[in-house]
Design a protein around this ligand. Structure first.
Ligand SMILES: Nc1ncnc2c1ncn2[C@@H]1O[C@H](COP(=O)(O)OP(=O)(O)OP(=O)(O)O)[C@@H](O)[C@H]1O
Ligand SMILES: [Mg+2]
Length: 509
């Protein structure tokens, strides 16, 4: 091979591993051919899915060629090239029509007497395109050694394959990104609003808005069902990371033995069953937020590893000695009293202080003044639209009853209680939820609570007993749909006596 040929082949081979755009790579290939072969024109075609040949680079041909597509059936020379695995020669005497007739740039082109050579390009047994060379000099291609043209064909095929694969990868990547964005969008819209008008909720909202803009770790505490997860989503949604995912980790449900790999990933062969490399939750959250829910349940050994990642901003996949840098904002939530856990040695003090940079405590429902009516309205509206019912209301007495509850399960408990009551009302084809639609458990609490009422300061026995009597009558009437005789039966007393007593308490009308 001539030194020139070697240089051109080297250039094209280097081209293959470059990250030039596809058009430039195709053009480099054609330029290389021009430097080596005695030709006046050359073109590289890709065979597309519809069976058309599309020129992607050309030299010595009018650039209008690049805008055309050639259907092989209409161009016997191109068809012949495609059908042969060997290079095909068409000499000056060949009477098959020339696909480039009229587009050759050479001055002698009008003579239309020239040699043509073409070869098909295969990748793994599949035809992917063709390469054509034209020369004005009759017999120009006689001197070309077949191995040279085959070498070029192989390089051209490799270029097409490379570019094809990169395009496919890019398309896949784009699709993946699109899917991720859609999922983030969906997750965001599925997260409900934080409802409440109480000063306690206003303060919570302010706290969230303040911390959201920073990159500080946030520790959310509060009883079960108060809305800690909702707060976490709200912090992420208001942060500058909101277009990136918030990756959820339930520390209480980390699979034993696999917890470290779940958080930090692993490399192939790190342990039995590690068949491939896998990114952990921290890597997935890179650029975004990680939400460590139920943080109090994190085993001590993992607490140490988590601390290292937070302190150094880098992690190691299980089985790898490579350090990976990650940029992750941490939000954690727990319903445990971590300070106490630290005192008892169940939670690492250093980790606690690292995460407790900005504590947010979500108040229990019973402390939120006046939130039950708005929450009830919001939650019922959810049920109403789910079941496509035109109307669903809460009877004022039912609302009063809800407001009296202690709600140890907070908003979640309120939501479940209301949903169950609504379903009962719907079943009875009623659009008003009455007290009797509520669960036994709810009423139990009312009775227990009332019966356990002791005055904190001195109060007359008589008044207290009367208050209790009044509550009992209200309760009995609610159980009896407002019927006095039934309420009397419930309280095992005379109807007349009950009615008189109710009148005294302003309960009859
Ligand atoms: N202020 C609120 N407005 C509307 N819905 C709320 C509010 N607070 C909580 N919820 C709803 O109550 C349910 C429980 O909330 P969430 O799961 O966030 O509680 P949690 O504090 O994480 O509880 P746990 O400690 O048990 O995990 C969810 O369905 C949530 O949407
Ligand atoms: Mg939760």
């Amino acid at each position: 091979m001539s030194p020139n040929l070697n240089q051109v082949l080297l250039d094209i081979a280097l081209n293959l591993s470059s990250n030039l755009n596809s058009e430039t790579q195709y053009q480099h290939l054609i330029d290389g051919i021009d430097r080596v072969f005695p030709c006046d024109a050359s073109a590289l075609f890709i065979l597309d899915q519809d069976g058309f040949l599309t020129p992607v680079a050309a030299k010595g041909l009018s650039s209008s060629v690049l805008g055309r597509r050639f259907f092989p059936n209409a161009h016997p020379r191109l068809e012949a090239i495609m059908q042969s695995k060997q290079p095909v020669r068409f000499d000056a005497n060949c009477d098959l029509p020339d696909p480039f007739s009229g587009v050759l740039l050479s001055e002698e082109a009008e003579l239309d007497v020239h040699d043509c050579l073409g070869c098909s390009l295969y990748v793994e047994g599949q035809l992917v395109g063709i390469l054509t060379l034209d020369s004005m000099t009759v017999g120009a291609f006689d001197v070309i050694e077949p191995v040279t043209i085959e070498t070029f064909a192989a390089l051209a095929a490799a270029t097409l394959r490379n570019i094809g694969q990169i395009k496919a990868l890019k398309a896949q990547n784009k699709k993946q990104r699109h899917v991720t964005e859609t999922l983030i969008q969906q997750a965001r819209s599925k997260q409900g609003e934080m409802i409440g008008l109480s000063p306690q909720i206003q303060k919570l909202r302010n706290n969230i808005a303040t911390v959201a803009k920073s990159d500080y770790a946030v520790l959310i505490t509060g009883e079960t069902g108060v809305g800690k997860e909702l707060v976490a989503h709200s912090v992420h949604a208001q942060s500058h990371r909101s277009d990136k995912p918030m990756i959820y980790v339930n520390c209480a449900a980390l699979p034993e033995g696999l917890a470290e790999s779940e958080l930090f990933g692993h490399v192939k062969g790190a342990f039995t069953g590690a068949n491939s490399n896998r990114a952990g939750k921290f890597e997935l959250a890179d650029g975004g937020t990680i939400f460590l829910d139920e943080l109090g349940e994190l085993p001590l050994i993992l607490q140490a590893k988590l601390l290292r990642v937070i302190q150094q901003g880098e992690l190691q996949r299980v089985g790898s000695d490579k350090h990976l840098l990650v940029n992750v904002r941490i939000i954690a939530a727990t319903n445990r009293n971590l300070e106490q856990e630290v005192e008892h040695g169940q939670f690492r003090a250093d980790l606690y202080h690292r995460l407790n940079v900005f504590p947010i405590s979500v108040p229990p429902l019973k402390q939120r003044e006046g939130d039950i009516p708005v929450l009830a309205g919001y939650l019922l509206e959810k049920v109403r639209s789910q079941f496509n019912i035109p109307n669903l209301h809460l009877h004022p007495k039912a609302l009063t009853q809800l407001e009296k509850q202690p709600w140890p399960g907070n908003v979640r408990e309120l939501e479940h209680t209301l949903t169950r009551a609504a379903l009962r009302a719907i079943q009875e084809q009623q659009h008003i939820i009455h007290t009797h639609h509520f669960d036994i458990t709810l009423e139990d609490v009312v009775v227990k609570n009332t019966s356990k009422y002791f005055p904190p300061t001195s109060q007359g026995m008589r008044g207290l007993v009367e208050d209790y009597q009044k509550d009992l009558i209200v309760h009995a009437l609610e159980k009896s749909n407002g019927t006095w005789s039934k309420a009397a039966e419930f309280l095992q007393m005379d109807r007349g006596n009950l009615y008189r007593m109710g009148k005294k308490f302003d309960l009859s009308n």
